[in-house]
Design a protein around this ligand. Structure first.
Ligand code: SAM
Length: 386
């Protein structure tokens, strides 16, 4: 079956994360008082735009998010948001489909590359028909000392051979750059111990490893879950060690209970991390950041999961906070928020404050300074841990 005949459930969750993240991200960037008021969305493997069963693909999701945000900005008189959307698709037929799907949204072009619309004055779309490597290299060639405008890049290949790690290294040097990459776990995992040097080289360039020997030695003979843990750890550490990103989160996507792909998100920005964690939680409120299409019905019943398990999660969070800060003095609520975001699986909204309330009721925190009401936790409030 052609990939674009039908959007499969497990791919739908990937696109839903993209969709739920894009508008709030644009809002944060563009409405930031000190920010550049401009942003760039990049889709390196854009596909056709619309699936044969009418579901929207990543480029159309991005463009519609930009259009919606433009509408909001005009309605609330925030000024027209300057949004650039750079799309790329290598396959000639897919590229043609993509262009007609963009035109269907009312965007026009003189050269089949730059698209604009009178109704959405400040949105500009560029569409390329190149390899991702050439496309991204061109975007990244902005000259020494220059930086891209704040950007969010989605990378959604079929395999592991078209996404050299060096590109992400270069990209993440830019000031406000974020990456969401669909790591094709199934193939990578299968070929990691492949005898063919060329295949192993591809994986190595993809993961940014000089040689694969260490990794293949480490995973040899391990059970599937252990093996996955090590591959995830290796890729995460590579991003943290080799690029300028300081936060990495991943989201496991399974089909028939087997991991097909893993979304990796990388950023330097703690607000980006906060938003992405909240987005991932919306897709898996068990906190495991896993989606399994087999258990879809269970997964969709988040309300029930959350109503029974949320208390347990909050208690677990309160215990982690206490383990980390016990006996320390002069801790601000914002320190605890940063710890929660970076070191735990929990998002901030609806978790940190109830966890602090538990600790206050248990007498594990006290001597509050800088708050007006008891059992409230403004960011600058200071407290001591017993
Ligand atoms: C997984 S699909 C993308 C799906 C798309 N993101 C969506 O949401 O519908 C991968 C796409 O990458 C294209 N492609 C394959 N190799 C490529 C390369 N080296 N550079 C750019 N695009 C490539 C394929 O033709 C295919 O359309």
């Amino acid at each position: 079956m052609n990939f674009f005949t039908e959007l499969q459930d497990h791919s739908e969750v990937k696109l839903s994360i993209l969709e739920k993240y894009t508008i709030p991200w644009m809002r944060k960037i563009i409405l930031n008082k000190y920010g550049s008021k401009k942003c760039l969305l990049v889709d390196g493997f854009a596909g056709q735009g619309i699936y044969d069963n009418d579901k929207k693909g990543s480029p159309i999701i991005m463009i519609e998010a930009a259009m919606d945000f433009y509408g909001q900005a005009v309605e609330y008189e925030w000024g027209e948001p300057q949004i650039l959307i750079y799309l790329n698709e290598l396959d000639t037929d897919n590229h043609k489909h993509l262009i007609s799907n963009i035109e269907r949204l009312g965007f026009e072009s003189m050269d089949n590359k730059w698209f604009t619309s009178e109704d959405f004055n400040s949105i500009t779309i560029m569409v390329e028909n190149k390899t991702f490597e050439d496309f991204f290299d061109e975007i990244l060639n902005i000259g020494e000392g220059n930086t891209l405008i704040p950007s969010f890049c989605f990378v959604d290949p079929f395999g592991f051979s078209q996404t050299p790690f060096r590109l992400f290294k270069k990209y993440l040097k830019n000031e406000n750059s974020e990456l969401l990459i669909n790591f094709i776990y199934e193939h990578t995992n299968r070929f990691i111990t492949h005898p063919n040097e060329k295949v192993r080289n591809h994986i190595s360039t993809h993961m940014g490893l000089v040689g694969l020997n260490d990794l293949s030695d480490k995973v040899a003979g391990l059970e599937a879950d252990e093996r996955k843990k090590i591959i995830i750890e290796t890729y995460t550490n590579n991003i943290l060690d080799e690029t300028d990103a300081v936060h990495v989160k991943h989201f496991d996507i399974k089909k028939n209970s087997k991991t097909k792909m893993i979304l990796f998100y990388a950023t330097k920005n703690i607000n980006g991390l906060k938003l992405m964690k909240e987005t991932m939680w919306k897709h898996d409120e068990t906190g495991l950041f896993t989606y399994d299409d087999k258990q879809q019905m269970v997964q969709l019943d988040f309300e029930t999961i959350l109503s029974t398990d949320k208390k347990m999660h909050i208690t677990l969070l309160s215990e982690s906070i206490y383990d980390n800060f016990s006996t320390r003095k002069n801790i601000a609520c914002e320190d605890i928020e940063a710890f929660t975001l970076i070191e735990t699986i929990y998002p901030l909204a609806n978790f940190v404050k109830p966890a602090l309330k538990i600790l206050e009721e248990q007498g594990k925190i006290g001597n509050f300074r800088g708050r007006k009401k008891i059992k409230t936790y403004p960011a600058k409030t200071l407290m001591d841990f017993n």
